[in-house]
Design a binder for this molecule. Structure first.
Ligand code: NCW
Length: 480
């Protein structure tokens, strides 16, 4: 048994996101988000599905809270659906009291159950009207004002009960998957730079910039109007993998590893902590990457009370000798799952991008802690899918030893990062409480510690991992 530990008041629990679990898309005044529209386009979702029903969590809040209690969770991270709260999205559009009341009741019930709510304001489901009205996240001026207004509505409605706030979940995904590869809503691709539609190769970088400014604006609002009274903290959640060189003896591969992390994580992290984009990005992207005005620097720099870290896996990186393509978004390098000697970084899972490698978690959180001057971390997501899980019998699915081992490895690595490397980490949310709508992968990929029987009345069946996580934390969290 390791002698590593986590602090006494460590907050652990589970995470979900509104569009992935709620369903009820037309209930109580909710309007479409960009994901409602996107999922209607044939071919966009692997199994042709949508979040129309998902886990039906909108109607099953009590069941979900009961599951959390059963697991021993101390916290629950969930996202609000902007389209329920301000269905048309904008600052001059009506606020939907029914949407607010739904979440007020949910937060109250969580707190009554002794579970600390952690709210994500934006987990990708932008009101579709804002996309149609002015181009959504591409339109910085409008988007920032509308997001700030939405954030204020939420702080006002829930601020006395909610002490942990996240502005954006994984802005990399909104920018790159939404505006470069087109895998996610709204499905725009930046590979049409020479087409009649004009140069779209700037779009992902413009979207990233809008998200950063909107984050800064919401944090300013919270600090100026709510923090003193409500006493909460607020930050942004960034995703990113650890990287190991394909050939550790090739300095170009070693250098490319850092560049990959800069393109994936520091794109957002550096502005928040240093007020600028990484040099490697400026060098490759030139003026396709927006510049911060002095007012924007003032807004964004220092805007994190904590670093929200989503982390799943690691990969090997091989440098490229060729010039970067105009649409390259990873830093002109190759992402691989085997190194020069054919060794795998980790086992396969159901998600093509996810190869578990727990030591990479310890290394990355330490790397980020060093780069950003030892911020407080909350791990806001960590978890895994299982190769072929959806094709197994229920009995087999419930014995998810692979997922249990994943959590043992990753939570142990986190405890090492805390106890041995001095990283200030205060919380951890496992992804996810429930199997749910896994975006472009539909329902075939399952991340839940609870099996959801989508065709069997949405019945929830806790897997072995649901019982294991609490036991793992019990071993690591200091009693005194
Ligand atoms: S898809 C994704 N995820 C999963 C999702 O369910 C959750 O909502 C997200 O916060 C689990 O955690 C996050 N992340 C995107 C991974 C990157 C995919 C890279 C594709 C390469 C082009």
């Amino acid at each position: 048994m390791s002698d590593s530990y986590l602090p006494k008041d460590f907050l652990w629990g589970f995470a979900t996101a509104s569009y992935q679990i709620e369903g009820a898309p037309h209930e109580d005044g909710r309007a479409d988000s960009i994901w409602d529209t996107f999922t209607r386009i044939p071919g966009k979702i692997a199994d042709g599905s949508s979040g129309d029903v998902a886990c039906d969590s909108y109607h099953r809040t009590d069941e979900d809270i009961a599951l959390l209690k059963q697991c021993g969770a101390k916290a629950y991270r969930f996202s609000l659906s902007w389209s329920r709260i301000i269905p048309l999205g904008g600052r001059n559009d009506p606020v939907n009291e029914k949407g607010i009341q739904h979440y007020v009741k949910f937060v109250d019930n969580l707190r009554e159950a002794g579970i600390e709510p952690m709210i994500t304001l934006f987990h990708w489901d932008l009101p579709d009207n804002l996309h149609k009205r002015y181009g959504g996240m591409l339109n910085k001026e409008e988007f920032v004002k509308d997001f700030e207004n939405y954030a204020r509505v939420c702080f006002k409605a829930f601020g006395d009960k909610v002490k942990l706030w996240i502005t954006f979940n994984e802005p990399w995904c909104s920018s790159i998957l939404g505006y470069s590869t087109g895998l996610f809503a709204p499905g725009r691709t930046s590979d049409r730079s020479k087409s009649a539609e004009g140069d779209s190769s700037t779009e992902p970088w413009i979207v990233g910039h809008s998200l950063l400014i909107a984050h800064g604006a919401a944090v300013k609002t919270y600090r100026e109007e709510f923090k003193e009274k409500d006493g909460g903290i607020i930050g942004i959640t960034l995703n990113g993998d650890w990287t190991e060189p394909w050939d550790p003896n090739d300095p170009a591969d070693v250098e490319a590893c850092t560049r990959k992390i800069e393109f994936a994580i520091c794109w957002f992290g550096d502005p928040v902590y240093f007020g600028k984009y990484p040099d490697s990005m400026r060098k490759q992207l030139g003026n396709r990457l927006p510049e911060f005005t002095p007012e924007e620097v003032a807004l964004v720099k220092g805007s994190n009370d904590f670093y929200g870290m989503n982390h799943y896996c690691a990969n090997y990186i091989k440098h490229k000798d060729t010039e970067p393509d105009v649409n390259d978004f990873v830093g002109n390098l190759e992402i691989l799952y085997h190194n020069k000697d054919g060794e795998a970084i980790g086992p396969e899972t159901q998600s093509v991008w996810l190869r578990p490698h727990p030591l990479g978690f310890r290394k990355l959180i330490k790397w980020l802690s060093d780069r950003y001057g030892g911020p407080t971390f909350y791990v806001t997501e960590n978890g895994t899918s299982l190769k072929g899980e959806n094709d197994k019998s229920l009995e087999e699915i419930l014995e998810d030893d692979f997922r249990c081992e994943y959590f043992k490895g990753y939570i142990g690595a986190l405890a090492d990062a805390h106890a041995k490397d001095g990283v200030d980490v205060r919380g951890y949310m496992a992804w996810s409480l429930l199997d749910n709508f896994e975006w472009a992968e539909g329902y075939e990929t399952r991340f839940g510690v609870t099996y959801v029987d989508y065709t069997g009345g949405q019945k929830r069946h806790p897997k072995k991992s649901a019982r294991t996580i609490g036991k793992i934390f019990d071993q690591y969290i200091k009693k005194e």
